[in-house]
Design a protein around this ligand. Structure first.
Ligand code: AMP
Length: 212
């Protein structure tokens, strides 16, 4: 079994890549953000914290990872984790213990492109497919309705400019040492996803995936 760890700022396109790898290679996905959003439906404190864009404690995240990793049957991507150096180091140990090989992929996107994507992002509450209401190529066929499930799309509460800037700040603050760590263990790859047409980014991702 193998895993891809995506290191990417908010709205860099992880969800789109996850969908692509799912369809083409049957990859599963572990998104700590999705797991926490589900928990937050029954936990007001968690919901309020997430709304601000603050990070959730490493202890909670690592417990989620321990439980989830034990259930994986197919290759998978890690979406949104690790976000701190401590998470990264412990995650390496967990993956090694389970004999899961992993590759790290950093998705590079400029700040103004990210903000535009965040402000237009809408998701299907049923299948989690992501659309973008600001970008023609990613709009649903019918206004605000999922093409596949035919249900109304929802917007994330933290997809506003203030939360985005806080999330980006958190990401940059911790990201540097996480990147340094993966470089130090020779496991670091970069793809650029600034363009609306992400064909090149997908090809680059596949090259990384298929390299020895
Ligand atoms: P995401 O969907 O990945 O953008 O995550 C949404 C929110 O969930 C983040 O802004 C954090 O509050 C929380 N979160 C998700 N993953 C992590 C993580 N690995 N460490 C800490 N907080 C996280």
């Amino acid at each position: 079994m193998k895993a891809i760890i995506f290191l990417a700022p908010p709205s860099a396109g992880k969800g789109t890549f996850a969908e692509y790898l799912k369809i083409k290679y049957n990859f599963e996905s572990i998104s700590t953000g999705n797991i926490l959003r589900e928990r937050a439906l029954k936990d007001e404190n968690l919901a309020n914290l997430m709304k601000t864009g603050a990070l959730i404690s490493d202890e909670i995240i690592l417990n989620i990872m321990k439980d989830k990793l034990a259930t994986m049957k197919n290759d998978f991507i890690l979406d949104g984790v690790p976000r701190t150096l401590n998470q990264a180091k412990i995650l390496t140990n967990m993956l090694n213990e389970l004999n899961i090989k992993f590759k790290v992929v950093y998705v590079n996107v400029d700040k103004d492109v990210l903000l535009n994507r965040v402000l237009g992002r809408a998701t299907c509450p049923k299948c989690n497919r992501t659309y973008n209401l600001n970008i023609d190529a990613f709009k649903p066929l019918e206004d605000n309705i999922c093409d596949d499930c035919k249900v109304s799309l929802v917007r994330r509460e933290d997809d506003n400019e203030i939360s985005f800037l806080k999330r980006l700040d958190e990401y940059n603050k911790n990201g540097e040492e996480v990147i340094k760590y993966y470089k130090s263990i020779n496991n670091f790859n970069i793809i650029d996803n600034n363009s609306i047409d992400n064909t090149i980014a997908k090809n680059n991702l596949e090259e990384i995936l298929n390299a020895d």
